[in-house]
Design a protein around this ligand. Structure first.
Ligand SMILES: Cc1cc2nc3c(=O)[nH]c(=O)nc-3n(C[C@H](O)[C@H](O)[C@H](O)COP(=O)(O)OP(=O)(O)OC[C@H]3O[C@@H](n4cnc5c(N)ncnc54)[C@H](O)[C@@H]3O)c2cc1C
Length: 473
């Protein structure tokens, strides 16, 4: 397709979803214009190099859960800059009895781990015999896990996992919305354990990898390399410091109202992809022939999170920090939600003889802590790390970033927002919605979302070009 006659597709948001979609469309000859409210690309991805440290404040790794992810990296010409983690850094710790305990990596390890009592282990062994729920009730993660695996497993493992992944509360998140694979395993196999074993064969057939098995990776200069490279590949198609404030459907496409460095302008496009955030989408004016509104998306909750990156001299930390990181359940009484052992994971994250620890504060557990001034965040993080990892001395590097609205919570009833997004796409031809609030909150989910929406946009543009409705003149 030469794109002749087609006005460019407007892509709103230069986070990883929007950039992935823009890059894929551009490669297929579909003209795009990317509008980004901020002054940089990448959205929540933020890597900085300073004083010999490489700090990641948003996501730390990409999970290669789909072949589309590796393909995007190759297409962007980034294969040689891809950085796989140190294979020795596989261990994941969960804090119990105030110290990090390695999560069992095998069935034998599960029986011998001090992480769970004999009673909790028995409850897990009984899981295949727990009847599946048949009344159709949408359960919270907490209800589901307590029913199938017991309260101790919920309090000492899943609560920590939910804080680590969603910065969320297991009593609020919905199983089918936030962890759909768990709901499917129960529905299909009647048991998580049976489903885990039998489902592996089916995933292999589809070329998919389970999240707990998927290879992780980053890039030599951190994850920011990916959005910056995609931006370079897009050339002049990028408009930074430009907020889209309103969308109006016309006979031949869409008119966008823009606010660019204080100047109000307009632009015409054949199609629009909204790849921003749900809370910003709710502020966007929408005028369509069908009666549709973005307003309900303001109800989607994004709790605040602060990322705190601290560097220490190696000899000032007693624990080996020899793994991916540690998750901290609420019942342990610490303020931080968890910590990634960043410099154990990748080789170039700290100067020789030093290490980097990336901790998260806030989320649904303690939202009021996330907005504390940096000095107080450093102090409370150091206080927790002192107890858990035996950190002594002062940090040699400290930096924090506050995300006032970090991660959307897929709570009970979230399906109605997803249905509304599907309705918007169906009833307003040429308007597409994708990203972390629709297709899964992880970086890999967002990349796959960007790839899939690019296919939908391309199909729409081709159909328009064939019927002649998207011609400029
Ligand atoms: C602190 C933190 C840690 C995380 N850790 C991990 C991790 O370790 N692993 C993992 O897989 N995932 C992690 N995630 C989640 C993952 O990073 C995100 O889900 C993903 O990056 C979202 O990408 P996105 O493009 O959909 O949205 P965003 O990155 O939010 O980008 C949206 C962009 O749209 C722009 N925008 C919005 N509205 C408008 C408008 N009207 N006009 C113009 N521009 C607009 C915004 O300015 C923004 O730049 C983390 C997230 C956070 C916040």
């Amino acid at each position: 397709m030469d794109g002749g006659g087609l006005k460019s597709v407007a892509i709103i948001g230069a986070g990883i979803t929007g950039l992935t979609a823009a890059f894929n469309l551009n490669r297929r000859g579909i003209p795009v214009t990317v509008y980004e409210a901020g002054s940089r690309v990448g959205g929540v991805i933020q890597s900085i190099r300073e004083s010999g440290y490489l700090a990641e404040f948003g996501p730390n790794t990409i999970l290669e859960t789909s072949p589309k992810i590796g393909q995007l990296v190759r297409d962007a010409g980034l294969e040689s800059r891809r950085l796989d983690p140190d294979p020795k850094a596989e261990a994941r710790y969960v804090v119990r009895y105030q110290r990090p305990i390695a999560m069992p990596a095998s069935p034998l390890g599960f029986f011998t781990t001090p992480l769970f009592t004999a009673r909790a282990k028995l409850a897990v062994l009984r899981e295949p015999f727990v009847p599946r729920r048949r009344d159709g009730k949408e359960e919270s993660v907490a209800e589901f896990v307590a029913r199938r695996l017991g309260q101790e497993f919920l309090d000492h493992a899943i609560d920590a996992l939910v804080a680590g992944v969603y910065a969320g509360d297991p009593y609020k998140l919905s199983v089918p919305q936030a962890f759909p694979k768990l709901a499917q395993l129960e529905a299909q196999y009647g048991s998580l354990i049976k489903g885990q074993i039998l489902g592996a064969r089916e995933r292999k057939k589809r070329g998919e990898v389970a999240k707990d098995r998927a290879p992780k990776f980053s890039f030599d200069e951190g994850l920011q390399v990916l959005p910056e490279t995609l931006r370079e590949r897009l050339g002049g198609a990028m408009r930074l410091n430009t907020t889209v404030t309103r969308l109006a459907q016309t006979e031949s496409g869409w008119v966008l109202e823009l606010s660019e460095r204080g100047q109000e302008t307009r632009a015409e496009h054949s199609a629009v992809l909204y790849a921003g955030t749900a809370h910003k989408m709710a502020e966007l004016g929408l005028e369509t022939r069908a009666e549709l509104s973005f307003r309900p998306f303001s109800e989607i909750r994004y709790p605040p999170v602060a990322s705190v990156v601290l560097g220490f001299r190696r000899e000032d930390v007693v624990h080996a920090c020899d793994g991916f990181g540690m998750l901290i359940p609420r019942v342990e009484g610490f303020k931080i939600l968890g910590t990634i052992f960043s410099s154990s994971l990748f080789p170039n994250r700290a100067p020789a003889g030093h290490l980097t620890l990336t901790s998260y504060v806030g989320g649904e557990r303690y939202p009021e802590l996330a907005s504390l001034p940096p000095e107080r965040l450093f102090d409370l993080t150091c206080a927790d790390l002192r107890v858990i990892l035996g950190v002594r001395g002062k940090p040699t590097f400290q930096h924090s970033v506050f995300y006032p609205k970090a991660i959307p919570q897929y709570v009970i009833g979230y399906g109605r927002y997803r249905q509304l997004m599907a309705d918007i796409e169906a009833k307003a031809p040429g308007l597409f919605v994708a990203g972390h609030y629709r297709d899964g909150i992880s970086l890999s989910d967002s990349m796959v979302s960007g790839c899939n929406v690019a296919d939908r946009v391309e199909a729409y543009c081709r159909a328009c070009m064939e019927s002649g409705t998207a011609r400029t003149t």
